[in-house]
Design a protein around this ligand. Structure first.
Ligand code: ZN
Length: 135
């Protein structure tokens, strides 16, 4: 089984810290009933999310274009208009903002590493961010 870093989005300040980082296995399984793909070797005890975790890809204009078209596709194909949406692991909240803007939706995002952002203030009456795991 592979022994790979459990974080893909942490920038290590020291080379040795990167070499010594927490590692874990990958054993993917696929559920033919619902399509879920999961890592059966996942061990949540190896994770310690913090606000150092960099989970945003929105610095890339290519990713922004993808995210915008994905949000539009979700709103259109699932009629996400005037709905209540929950996103578990919402990162910086960009998808929720996009879904709420496009469909006049309300939403709640759960993300232990969420950092409040002033650019989301205009959506504060539409979106609630909870800095915790979904329970
Ligand atoms: Zn399933």
């Amino acid at each position: 089984m592979l022994n790979i870093p459990v974080y893909c989005n942490l920038l290590w300040l020291e080379k040795q810290a990167a070499i010594d980082c927490q590692k874990g296995g990958i054993k993917l399984s696929f559920c033919h009933s619902c399509g879920l793909i999961e890592n059966q070797a996942f061990d949540p005890a190896k994770l310690s999310y913090s606000q150092d975790y960099k989970n945003s890809l929105h610095y890339s204009s290519g990713f922004q274009d993808y995210a915008d078209s994905f949000a539009e596709q979700l709103v259109q194909s699932h009629n996400l208009k005037h709905k209540n949406i929950i996103e578990i692991g919402c990162g910086k909240g960009n998808l929720l903002v996009s879904l709420c803007e496009r469909g006049d939706n309300q939403s709640t995002g759960f993300e232990p590493t969420y950092v409040p952002r002033t650019e989301h203030n205009h959506m504060s009456n539409k979106i609630t961010f909870i800095q915790d795991l979904y329970s």
